[in-house]
Write a protein that binds this ligand. Sequence first.
Ligand SMILES: *[C@@H]1O[C@H](CO)[C@@H](O)[C@H](O)[C@H]1NC(C)=O
Ligand SMILES: *[C@@H]1O[C@H](CO)[C@@H](O)[C@H](O)[C@H]1NC(C)=O
Ligand SMILES: *[C@@H]1O[C@H](CO)[C@@H](O)[C@H](O)[C@H]1NC(C)=O
Length: 380
Amino acid sequence: MKLSRFMRRRLSISLPSRHVVILISLMAFFSFYMGLFTHLFEKDYHTEFSYPLDMDVLPLVQQLQMNGKIDELDVQPINVFNYSYLKSCRHKCPEGSTPRLVFVIKSAIPHFERRQAIRQTWGYEKRFSDVDIRRVFLLGRSPSSPDQEMAIDREDALHGDIVQADFIDAYNNNTLKTMSGLKWIVEHCPSAQFVVFADDDMYLSAKNVLRFVRQPSIYPDDGEDESPILKREHRERSLKQQPGDNLSDNLETKRLYAGYVFHSPPLRHRSSKWYVSLAEYPYHLWPPYVTAGAYVLSRQALLDLHYGSGYTKYFRFDDVFLGLVARKARIEPVHCSQFYFWKKPYSSTSSYRHVIASHGYDQPDELRRVWFEQKSLGNA
Ligand SMILES: *[C@@H]1O[C@H](CO)[C@@H](O)[C@H](O)[C@H]1NC(C)=O
Ligand SMILES: *[C@@H]1O[C@H](CO)[C@@H](O)[C@H](O)[C@H]1NC(C)=O
Ligand SMILES: *[C@@H]1O[C@H](CO)[C@@H](O)[C@H](O)[C@H]1NC(C)=O
């Protein structure tokens, strides 16, 4: 009411200034809508950052890893994944196994075809005779479609690769899904050396992941300058773990949290799917985080992120949430441009030679075509 009285008074004045007023009003509305004012009230990420729990969580994380007893802790966790597992794949990593790589794939209940294509391509567990790879799919529940739930039961009986927890399977619950995956690894596959979290609409190359984790900072140095024979040897050699390749000694991969790293501001644009209010997150930047489509964690990074997540206030975007936990646990994300968060054009067969992951493969037939072609070229 106040505004319209104000407008009426303003509009009764002479013509040119009336236009000016309308223009200014429009600009003000536009700025509000685009979140420009919100930006003015943001806090400085570099100097003012703090996020609950506001304390040094690393000692707590270490305490938990030493004995794991919650009731003996000085500080109780504030964010615990406490939904039960309806399917827990408890035989995926039997006692004594030490998988080199475990794929933890965030899927959705109706994506039966995508899961099938992944089992046949990059998620194939027997891809290499001498590298131990495992795969599980993460799901929530769909109480409104009992038929699909029954189909999931059959799928799990057939493939034994479904990890399902008791929360609603919805986009909004993505952080819960990620937390269900971290907890599952810690409880059921703690000896895994590297874990790749991926979405079910990704192309992935297990071969390039294995090359990458050997020495992330120089990937994709593929011995380009060497003779063809040496080059081939170099590429084959780099797949396997070498003697003297002591993971706990290797500083570079000890706490590896790697993928495509973003240093970006929160979106304050009100119509955005990713709109975030100041009350929810007040700083002008996110902590550096790896985009969610695909990322690699070493065992130690995974343990620290899992236990650290208990001391980090829940955040609904799963990749930002992990970035927040990583910052609290003082893990530096490692950037590699061969994790494509968009769809890397398949312009020629050689364009995917170094690709570790690419988004945009929600069509199972296309995934099969591209992956089998890359496999035949030694790139997948
Ligand atoms: C599970 O965790 C949530 C959030 O941390 C908490 O509000 C709830 O009380 C917990 N439930 C149980 C059964 O512990
Ligand atoms: C999950 O998402 C749904 C729909 O967005 C929501 O209703 C529900 O409360 C969320 N949480 C859990 C634990 O299922
Ligand atoms: C790897 O290094 C750790 C710490 O230095 C040591 O305790 C362990 O015995 C080593 N393992 C192997 C296989 O050399």
